[in-house]
Design a protein around this ligand. Structure first.
Ligand code: GLC
Length: 438
């Protein structure tokens, strides 16, 4: 395909968005909201339970009435948790659109909600100083031209699948996507992130990927309308993306592509599913969440933490508890997160610890996942630290290198720095020691 593109188009396809703010801000909120909040048993419920599009529409679309929706409260909760950006689902796989799209009637405006739900959301979050991003599903289980494949979707095993596909034209659907994305990128102010989800190409062509989405044309639409927007990596093309997006797991180290470290964002749920799930009980604790964030930044990544609001338009109370816990930690420890990345080369954190590093201020942050008894030893830091303090309360932490006689006996520990910690663990989720490097 590339032989045929003009050099100018080639530039557009290979262009990069602006990630300079992104790698500083580090922490964002994902929001998965749609009709699936009514069944409240996974955002894939339509696929899982093979609910035909007409039935799904009839059961949920006509009953979507988020009477308690107040995006101001959502934005406050996100800002209070220390989040700096938001990525909200404008459309998920079910095909329902939360904004006032002119290209379908399957929108919030035509549901009992009777209004555009995205506009007040981006306005509220911007009002709290957060950047805004939109998630847009490439999959669409409602659009009449979306081809039904044997892998994903409510009709995947329908006996008349091929008959149902007659008259469906995937190209019409791809054009619909470009039209919708144009609406989102032109009607809602400066969108900072466009998050496309997802591709599942198969060797025999039975899945869906770049040809089904017409990824190049979609990229061209996006980059032309908004060159600085950050794009994720799920369009099934090896170019055009700005961030890698490991989902529901923490990579063992920074993410590397073709031997080079790349910008990345881990997306994680509080529990198992992304949409509101009433009966799920696998919720992570505040401590696990704080550790996840610290672990991510120590590997040079961002964390996008997901909330699935209820069909009445509120955050799940279990999510609110966790956001508050995270916020309490962030208020005192944000300094070890914002603007930070991995430790300088050669510095490895002790067991059960993570380093982050603020290169601009030359400060190293030691996060302790378990609290040791009185002392902790740091390799490679002897003579490199000017001052140390507990970040929580700004209280001094004494330190020293080994005495000369000790070095004589234990020469391999020459570069060790020993910190003297209080016996009692400070009353915070994850204690942090701020080291002012020389
Ligand atoms: C997925 C799922 C989905 C979720 C997304 C977030 O691929 O299909 O439901 O929106 O990941 O990363």
């Amino acid at each position: 395909m590339h032989g045929t593109v003009t050099p100018q188009l080639d530039d557009i396809l290979k262009a990069k968005g602006d990630t300079s703010w992104f790698t500083r801000d580090r922490l964002g909120m994902f929001i998965h909201w749609g009709l699936y909040s009514l069944p409240g048993r996974h955002e894939w419920v339509q696929h899982n339970e093979k609910i035909a599009p007409a039935d799904y529409r009839e059961r949920y679309f006509g009953r979507f009435d988020p009477d308690l929706y107040d995006p101001e409260l959502w934005a406050k909760a996100a800002a209070g948790a220390g989040m700096k950006y938001v990525v909200a689902t404008a459309k998920h796989h079910e095909g329902f659109c939360l904004w006032d799209s002119k290209l379908t009637d399957y929108t919030a405006v035509h549901s009992p909600a009777r209004r555009d739900l995205i506009r007040p959301l981006v306005e509220a979050f911007r009002g709290h100083g957060l950047r805004t991003g939109l998630y847009y599903s490439l999959l669409d289980w409602h659009h009449p031209h979306y081809r039904i494949d044997p892998h994903i979707g409510p009709l995947r095993e329908h006996p008349d699948r091929e008959a149902l596909n007659r008259g469906r034209d995937q190209g019409t659907y791809a054009a619909y996507m470009r039209g919708q994305v144009s609406e989102l990128l032109t009607g809602y102010g400066d969108i900072d992130v466009m998050w496309f989800d997802f591709s599942y190409p198969k060797p025999d062509g039975s899945g869906k990927g770049k040809d089904d989405w017409e990824s190049d044309r979609l990229l061209e639409t996006v980059r032309t309308l908004r060159p600085s927007v950050i794009l994720d990596d799920r369009l099934d093309v090896p170019y055009g993306w700005d961030i890698k997006t490991p989902e529901q797991f923490q990579p063992r180290s920074g993410v590397v592509v073709d031997g080079k470290p790349v910008v990345w964002e881990a997306c994680q749920t509080f529990s198992g599913s992304w949409g509101y799930h009433r009966d799920e009980s696998s919720w992570k604790s505040v401590e696990q969440i704080v550790r996840m964030l610290v672990d991510t930044v120590s590997k040079d990544g961002n964390l996008l933490l997901n909330v699935g609001p209820t069909s009445r338009g509120e955050f799940d109370r279990r999510a609110i508890e966790r956001l508050e816990g995270l916020g309490a930690w962030m208020r005192r420890h944000g300094r070890s997160i914002y603007g930070c990345g991995p430790a300088p080369a050669g510095l490895n954190a002790p067991q059960d610890c993570r380093y982050t590093y603020d290169a601009e201020r030359n400060r190293l942050y030691l996060h302790l996942f378990t609290w040791p008894f009185r002392h902790i030893e740091l390799h490679g830091l002897r003579d490199r630290v000017a001052y140390a303090q507990l970040l929580d309360d700004g209280s001094e932490i004494p330190f020293k290198g080994l005495d000369d006689w000790e070095v004589k006996e234990l020469p391999h520990l020459r570069d060790l720095l020993q910190l003297s910690l209080p016996v009692e663990k400070p009353p915070v989720t994850v204690p942090v020691i701020e080291l002012f490097l020389k």
